[in-house]
Write a protein of this length. Structure first.
Lengths: 307, 117
């Protein structure tokens, strides 16, 4: 397929399909994330990149036969490797015998949260998640360093604004529907953020959904308008503040006499401490993810307006 | 039954499709799409390992005694969001390469590099 637009659309559909795989395999939290990321934000970013780099593929495939040979040999070896693996869905596979029973049996007494995924993510494996949040933050900085656009000169900006105005004046139905939808999307993001302890959801999904609402606004009303609503400096500060909040909770637990990210010492009662700690660090994750997604989108599409 | 391993075969097939795209296509955007397919196959691998027959999603509730393994879910949930962040970084690099070379096809970038030497 030579048209990159179609390629991006197909990859979006693939993202949605894999989200439904995850539901079928009982991983609701993962499916939630994949639906909002794989089908939503990923295809959006790729589309923006395609508008910047040209829509069609020009070059011939190089050495497809050699590539096929490599792929078939690797695939054959991998399939040979799977012959020793436990069968799909078997309950006595080694993976289910090690730490999982402890999470399933004890997490209710230790953290008081019904959603095991959230308690493992935020409490048992808090270090891991901290690392992931820092990686996301670093990627945001990387995109800023690569694509950052300076302020445009006055007359250029006025022209661009008026073009936007004319362009967006026409889509009346789209604009009104967006205006009605955005508050609900934001509200839903907050629900996902704070209800993640009990049902599927949490900081990662909420951050992505929150960013999606702002990106929708920017797409329909134009980037200059969106920049007036969401200040760039504020977003950059927010992305750092999320990481700071996460690390700060860790430092506070250390000052209270526990280990880094040991929430038991945050309040008198260990379970209440766990609740507070998980709520705070999920908030940190949500802030960072939302801010980084908005930064990435603004810089990509800001690049396009400058061309 | 050897057919009980079919989940791994689906994963291997998807992974190899992704690998083929990365090797054989010269367009950088297509390479990134190939990488995301490869990445998704790894996600499916982890989640299919976590699945337990006739078990429920790992959210504790009355009357349910079997849950699927929550640990791979946690790992993949964070990996998806990290994945999109790194994909964005890759796309940003592709955009900058396009600005510097006027193309995102591997061969024309290569030939421009050779001319300068």
């Amino acid at each position: 397929m030579r048209d990159l637009f179609a390629v991006v659309m197909l990859s979006g559909i693939f993202g949605l399909l894999s989200a439904s795989f995850f539901v079928a395999m009982d991983a609701v939290d993962v499916a939630f994330t994949e639906a909002s990321v794989g089908a939503g934000i990923a295809s959006l970013l790729m589309l923006t990149a395609v508008t910047l780099t040209g829509r069609s593929e020009d070059s011939e495939r190089h050495r497809p036969m050699w590539a096929l040979v490599v792929v078939f040999i690797t695939g054959g070896l991998l399939i040979y490797g799977t012959l020793d693996m436990p069968y799909f869905g078997s309950a006595d596979a080694p993976i289910h015998l090690h730490v999982a029973p402890r999470y399933i049996n004890d997490s209710m007494q230790e953290t008081g949260l019904p959603n095991i995924v959230t308690s493992v993510l935020a409490s048992y494996r808090g270090f891991d998640t901290f690392g992931e949040v820092v990686v996301i933050f670093t990627a945001g900085i990387g995109v800023l360093a690569l694509l950052r656009v300076g302020r445009r000169s006055g007359i250029h900006r006025v022209m661009a604004d008026s073009i936007f105005y004319l362009m967006h004046e026409q889509h009346l139905i789209l604009r009104i529907t967006t205006k009605i939808l955005i508050p609900f999307i934001l509200l839903f993001a907050l629900y996902v953020q704070f209800h993640g302890d009990f049902g599927p959801g949490g900081g990662f999904q909420a951050g992505v959904i929150f960013a999606a609402a702002i990106i929708l606004y920017a797409m329909v009303f134009g980037l200059p308008t969106a920049r007036r609503v969401v200040n760039r400096t504020f977003v950059r500060l927010l992305s750092a503040a999320g990481v700071l909040l996460y690390g700060g909770v860790g430092v506070v637990t250390m000052l209270n006499g526990g280990n880094f990210l040991d929430y038991n010492v945050l309040a008198g009662d260990p379970v209440a401490g766990q609740h507070l700690g998980i709520l705070l660090i999920e908030l940190g994750v949500g802030c960072t993810v939302a801010a980084v997604m908005v930064i990435i989108f603004f810089n990509f599409s800001g690049r396009r307006d400058n061309l | 039954m050897i057919l009980g391993l079919y989940n791994y075969w689906v994963v291997v097939v998807l992974m190899m499709i992704g690998l083929y795209i990365v090797i054989a296509h010269g367009n950088l955007i297509k390479k990134i799409v190939g990488l995301t397919i490869f990445q998704t196959s790894v996600f499916i691998f982890y989640i299919s390992i976590a699945k337990v027959e006739s078990a429920s999603a790992p959210i504790l509730a009355e009357g349910i005694s079997r849950y699927s393994n929550p640990l791979p879910h946690v790992l993949i949930l964070t990996a998806i969001v990290v994945g999109i962040a790194t994909v964005a970084l890759g796309l940003a690099l592709a955009v900058r390469i396009n600005e510097a070379y006027g193309s995102i096809e591997e061969e024309s970038i290569q030939s421009k590099d050779n001319q300068e030497c």
